[in-house]
Design a protein around this ligand. Structure first.
Ligand code: SF4
Ligand code: SF4
Ligand code: SF4
Ligand code: FES
Length: 948
């Protein structure tokens, strides 16, 4: 589609209750009360000149360009700061207004470089537009007076430049950083002529700036502008699509010249992001065309052989014949497949269909196994649906926000900005986390209570909060009576009321002060609408599912479900982790979370797919790897997941893969798992395919092809070709046909189609006859399972205990600028912020071990040892260390253990007993890894394929 500029209405939509009717230049218009005259005029189709105003920000009234005349009033007020009133008659054009506006523009232009023709913003500059709109023909003051034309550029940020010589000091950037992003990195320093925009007196790279780009987007001049636009020029076409990084699911306009992306601009119509973004989605897309992309299929006999490039046809035929050979020799269940939460719903659905229908087993699993599988289990048990209860916008009605085991400012940045807006507007915050995350205290946000618990004691803490609710008569009895299963509630009430669950009783184990815990519990139960947001710090534990049920219990007991502003909300990690679970990627479930043993469901799929299906659940990822080591599992098709880097106990994963006879990896890059692969099938990036992603709020959004697949085929086409080669016919012409099949076979998706998504923008499932436009908030009338079910959540300490040998606890997480195993972000300029994983350690623990900041240290657990740099920080509590897992050479999962959630096998990444001591060199594993990496690079090089 050609470039279409989004209409800027000048100020945000008015929030008043009534409707105001007025006239603008003789045109009648009605707007919500509280709407500015500027916006009312725009609604009427009248564009009043403006510079400091934009509909993304509250009005400011500094440029004086938007002046109007109002019948019966004196003077010429600024239309952006004057609210529309009933019966007003507004005039936007008159000789006097023209004179005043031209005078304003003259002043701006007299202190502005006259380089429009060579300026990168030429054609996309509001200053230029306004000069034209007000009819500026001369600048009476000349250009010789005092000016800022020699001000030096700040090019420190890898993605945008700041050229103060072009700044008109409209403050839009400062306000965007405050109002939209909530970082408060910018200020206007100085007064009058000396006013300049400042990033805290530093350059942008060293400042508090988190590179969200909101300031760049609102800047009306070329002062703040993307380097890609400077380098390549303005875009000529655009495709609306969805970000492929995190579970927020931001909508973007991919702006292109030919088939080259030149800018990603967050879309105002994005219902999850409302025109905002983070550094990853807006700027870190260069990986899609990185030279490391493998764009031809490759095969090899042994994993020590060089790769051989082959045609798609040969790669598919070879894979099919290997899988059939293995099944003939070792049985039907000796192969399986892994779906990807990076891929679309349609692609994921096809892989699980391939496994069930063409492989003939239920040996399919997904990377959600290692992140949010306990969410599915826990929420389904309590409420009847394996998904979060609210939409993101619901947070705007929350009075108390409880964040547990999540770090939204790093992991879900756009939602974090929305949450922070609500907190600045008065909502109270409780944070429960072993690490003092930024949200605990940041600009204009401070948690009322921060409970720094010991890793592994979530369940003890949630039970103690529930104990306070129950014993201090804070239960919402009416809600429980009407909405919940009373027998299970009574059992639970008796259980949590026991003294051993009191804050005082769990204080020693959890490390959380009883008084703070009691106060936080009272705030949650009595502070109005209370909403829980949680992340992998809840699920990646041996009691991950128990904790999810514990939070569900608490929300039900306090009546915090079934309306806006409340709920239990998982902050999903990857872009389509919700979708990959919805699509039937787990070995025990068809799409829509229906058990494979359910005969009616199975018969429906058998009839639709014309094949006999198995009624027994298949193998989970850890079971597949165990079976491989034991010699019974021999072949695997892995689409878009790097098992070796992302799964726990790396050495065990590697041993499992090395024991297989045919490992097929489909990915953008030769990832760590590809070191063990016999077939490599090139994957396609989100820019190269059509389909849908489902975000953390169950929102299904379109992914649209912006450029053709670099390797010639999109992932769904590859899966389909493999299925056909295996003898099970698939014949889809377009991903929309796959969605149509999903809708036919999945009640919660019954009303979903590409046509509807294109029409409505997005929908949240359930979307069916009962809710044709989707369901923003679930369980409004009653729980999906009928009555909400309370579960007993006994705290059972993990078997992973500290000891004199391993006296510290390691917990892991991720940071803003890198993403998961880093395959994408490491291939962008984001590396400037996080070149390597470091170990955060409390200064006391460091001092006890003779460790200095920046020193190389060994991190040792009973599973393995790695070496990395230490960073001393009081963000950590004594006894707990923390690192990220973005860089393969760090190999963090060499030290994590095989312990996992009792219900779902989700690994216990968040608790590993470790020792830390000074080190002089890389660990043995890291040396071996480096050698393997170098060997593989050599093998690739010998093949002439390139790569790292
Ligand atoms: S940098 Fe841009 S947005 Fe900021 S004050 Fe200058 S012109 Fe306005
Ligand atoms: S990029 Fe974002 S965080 Fe940085 S200054 Fe601009 S608005 Fe603030
Ligand atoms: S918040 Fe998530 S979805 Fe949005 S731009 Fe950032 S990474 Fe992409
Ligand atoms: S746009 Fe109204 S004062 Fe600037």
């Amino acid at each position: 589609m050609p470039m279409i500029k989004e209409v800027d209405y000048g100020t945000p939509v008015g929030g008043g209750p009534g409707i105001v009717a007025l006239e603008v230049d003789g045109i009648s218009v009605s707007v919500p009360s509280g709407t500015s005259i500027l916006r009312a005029a725009a609604v009427a189709g009248v564009q009043i000149p403006k510079l400091c105003a934009t509909d993304k920000l509250e009005s400011f009234g500094s440029c004086r360009l938007c002046l109007v005349e109002i019948e019966g009033r004196r003077g010429a007020p600024a239309s952006c700061t004057t609210p529309a009133e009933p019966g007003m008659k507004v005039r936007t054009q008159s000789p006097k207004l023209s004179r005043l506006r031209r005078g304003v523009m003259e002043l701006y232009i007299s202190d502005h470089p006259l380089d429009c023709l060579t300026c990168a913003a030429n054609g996309d500059c509001e200053l230029q537009d306004m000069a034209g709109q007000v009819g500026l023909r001369e600048v009476r003051y000349g250009y010789e007076g005092r000016n800022h034309l020699d001000a030096g550029k700040d090019e420190s940020n890898p993605y945008f430049t700041f050229d103060p010589s072009k700044c008109i000091v409209c403050s839009r950037c400062v306000r965007a950083c405050e109002e939209v992003q909530g970082t408060f990195a910018l200020t206007i320093q100085g007064r009058g002529f000396n006013s300049v925009v400042s990033a805290g007196g530093k350059d942008f790279l060293d400042s508090e700036c988190v590179s969200c780009g909101a300031c760049v987007q609102v800047c009306p001049t070329a002062t703040l502008i993307e380097k890609t636009i400077i380098d390549r020029g303005q875009p000529e076409r655009q495709v609306v699509t969805t970000c492929a990084y995190c579970g927020v699911g931001c909508l973007f306009r991919a702006e292109l010249q030919g088939n080259e992306v030149v800018r990603m601009t967050p879309h105002d119509d994005g219902k999850a992001n409302h025109g905002h973004s983070c550094v990853k989605g807006r700027f870190a897309w260069g990986y899609a065309t990185h030279k490391d992309r493998i764009i031809a299929p490759m095969i090899r006999e042994k994993i020590t052989d060089p790769w051989r490039e082959v045609s798609w046809d040969e790669a598919i035929r070879h894979t099919a014949s290997e899988f059939r050979r293995i099944q003939a020799g070792y049985g039907r269940d000796s192969i399986g497949g892994i779906t990807s939460s990076r891929c679309t719903n349609e692609e994921t659905y096809l892989v699980q269909k391939l496994v069930r229908a063409a492989f003939g087993s239920n040996n399919v699993d997904t990377c959600a196994r290692v992140c949010h599988s306990p969410t599915g289990y826990g929420l389904k048990t309590a409420f009847g649906t394996s998904a979060g209860t609210q939409d993101f916008d619901s947070v705007e009605d929350a009075d108390v926000i409880l964040v547990i085991g999540a770090n939204p400012t790093d992991a879900h940045p756009v939602f974090a900005s929305q949450m922070k807006r609500r907190l600045r507007a008065g909502a109270r915050l409780i944070v429960i986390d072993p690490r003092r995350i930024d949200l605990v205290r940041s600009a204009h946000v401070e948690a009322s209570y921060y409970l720094p618990l010991r890793p592994g004691t979530n369940v003890a803490v949630i039970n103690a909060i529930a104990h306070v609710v129950v014993t201090e008569s804070l239960v919402d009895e009416a809600f429980v009576k009407e909405r919940c299963d009373l027998a299970s509630f009574e059992q639970w009430r008796t259980f949590v009321a026991q003294e051993r669950n009191s804050p005082e009783a769990v204080e020693a184990a959890s490390g959380v002060g009883a008084a703070d815990l009691r106060a936080a519990a009272r705030l949650y139960a009595t502070g109005g609408n209370a909403a829980i947001y949680y992340g992998l710090g809840v699920t990646e534990h041996s009691q991950g599912s128990t904790m999810v049920m514990g939070m569900a219990n608490l929300a039900m007991a306090t009546g915090n479900l079934g309306r806006r502003g409340v709920g239990v909300n998982p902050l999903r990690g990857q872009n389509n982790v919700q979708g990959s679970c919805d699509m039937g990627s787990f070995p025990h479930e068809f799409s829509g979370y229906r058990h494979v043993s359910d005969e009616a469901t199975r018969e429906m799929f058998e009839e639709a797919w014309r094949v006999t299906l198995q009624g027994e659940p298949g193998l989970r990822i850890p079971n597949m790897l165990d079976a491989a080591v034991e010699g019974t599992f021999k072949g695997i098709y892995i689409q878009g997941e790097d098992l070796v880097q992302s799964d726990p106990n790396t050495q065990h994963v590697a041993a499992g893969l090395a024991a297989m006879e045919c490992v097929v990896v489909q990915d953008l890059f030769l990832n760590e798992t590809a070191n063990y692969a016999h077939v490599f099938l090139p994957g396609s990036s989100f820019l190269e395919k059509d389909g849908t992603f489902t975000n953390a709020e169950r929102r299904i959004s379109r992914v649209r092809k912006a450029i053709p697949p670099l390797a010639g085929l999109a992932d769904w086409e590859v899966t389909m070709a493999l299925s056909n080669a295996l003898g099970y016919a698939m014949n889809y012409k377009h991903p929309s046909e796959i969605m149509d099949e999903i809708a036919r076979l999945t009640p919660t998706f019954a009303g979903v189609s590409f046509e509807k998504l294109d029409r409505l923008g997005s929908v949240q499932w359930p979307c069916n006859d009962k809710a044709p436009n989707g369901t923003p908030v679930m369980h409004m009338e009653g729980f999906v399972r009928g009555k909400g079910r309370f579960m007993i959540t006994e705290f059972i300490p993990t078997d992973e205990r500290t000891s004199s040998r391993f006296p510290l606890l390691l917990t892991t997480g991720r940071i803003l600028t890198q993403y998961n195993v880093g395959a994408q972000t490491r291939r962008t300029n984001n590396n400037i912020w996080h070149e390597e994983d470091v170990l955060e350690i409390h200064p006391h623990d460091a001092e006890n071990r003779g460790i200095r900041d920046g020193q190389l240290v060994a991190l040792i657990s009973r599973a393995g040892e790695i070496t990395l740099q230490a960073r001393l920080t009081e963000r950590m509590q004594p006894g707990v260390v923390y690192t990220t897992f973005h860089h393969p050479l760090t190999g963090v999962n060499v030290v994590t253990t095989e312990f996992s959630d009792w219900a779902t096998n989700c690994p216990e990444y968040k608790v590993t007993a470790v020792q830390v001591r000074p080190a002089a060199r890389m660990s043995e594993w890291q040396e071996r890894y480096r050698q393997t990496r170098d060997t593989n690079a050599r093998l690739l090089h010998e093949t002439g394929i390139g790569g790292d």
